[in-house]
Design a protein around this ligand. Structure first.
Ligand SMILES: Nc1ncnc2c1ncn2[C@@H]1O[C@H](COP(=O)(O)OP(=O)(O)OP(=O)(O)O)[C@@H](O)[C@H]1O
Ligand SMILES: [Mg+2]
Length: 266
């Protein structure tokens, strides 16, 4: 689903060039849930922005779902991205003058994926799914960091894109809500979507199917996580692959694990 070959991104600086991405080859199949880890400055966000077509590679190719992302430009690139990629940014990037529900409606409106009459209802459903149904009428600035993060996740799910790219989506969440988000992403992958998530969390092996470690813009480790160690993976598959994706994230931290129906981790 995702194929990056010889990917390089350098930035010109007064002191010389800095290679944020210094030669990455990466193949990710549909249904994989890849956790991208690495120290601050190792190139995680840079890689994500290249894959999303937000930044243009200095060298190399990116193919996503058969599309040569490195070769797309302008309105074709924007149209492709809107349908093919769900994006959660490191710093949310909700539009400050739109309400939360309008922020979630925006991708549907831009890409005409959902009829205008149904957009608000679908947005409300997504906000419900991430546990902030009661926040839809507010402006993003009136939400806590964790609530804004959940709004950004709802927006990323709006067009049911086959690929979800998320930059530290659990960075501002308490551990219970964070687990619920990971559970939601794992469920999407079980349903056949491709999820690539940058994270600082020490241990996401209970959810991700694979962990890719970046060091100085290169892949220094790439390891699958064994299915038997994955929480709920078996249950989700048995349940027809819908349990995780259909699960809802709790309104507040305390009830999040219960609502997703997952057996607690110890
Ligand atoms: N626009 C830019 N101009 C110059 N250098 C940049 C730019 N964006 C990133 N870099 C540099 O590229 C390197 C990788 O940055 P990147 O943001 O990808 O790291 P990261 O792994 O996402 O870090 P963090 O965990 O702190 O978010 C860093 O050295 C950074 O300073
Ligand atoms: Mg980053």
């Amino acid at each position: 689903m995702i194929s990056a070959r010889g990917l390089v991104k350098t930035y010109p600086l007064p002191a010389g060039e800095v290679a944020a991405v210094a030669g990455i080859d990466l193949e990710v199949a549909a249904g994989e849930f890849v956790a991208v880890v690495g120290r601050s400055g190792s190139g995680k966000t840079s890689l994500l922005n290249l894959l999303a077509g937000i930044d243009r590679p200095t060298a190399g190719e990116i193919w996503i779902g058969g599309q040569p992302v490195h070769a797309l430009r302008g309105s074709r690139l924007a149209a492709w991205r809107g349908r093919a990629i769900g994006l959660v940014f490191q710093f949310f990037q909700l539009l400050p003058t739109l309400t939360v529900v309008e922020n979630v409606m925006l991708p549907m409106d831009l890409c005409k994926t959902v009829p205008a009459r149904q957009q608000r209802e679908r947005a409300r459903e997504l906000l419900h799914r991430v546990g902030i149904a009661d926040q839809g009428g507010k402006l993003p600035s009136a939400l806590s960091g964790g609530q804004q993060q959940r709004a950004a996740i709802a927006r990323a799910l709006a067009n049911e894109a086959p690929v979800l790219l998320a930059d530290e989506p659990t960075g501002n969440l308490d551990s219970a809500t964070s687990d619920a988000v990971l559970e939601l992403f794992a469920g999407l992958a079980v349903d056949g979507r491709t999820v690539l998530m940058v994270t600082h969390e020490r241990d996401v092996s209970g959810y991700a199917t694979r962990q890719v470690t970046l060091t100085d813009g290169r892949i220094s480790a790439d390891t699958p996580t064994p299915a038997e160690g994955r929480i709920g993976a078996e249950g989700r598959i048995r349940a027809g692959g819908r349990t995780g994706a259909g699960g809802r994230i709790g309104e507040d931290a305390a009830d999040a694990p219960a609502l997703t129906g997952r057996v607690g981790r110890s």
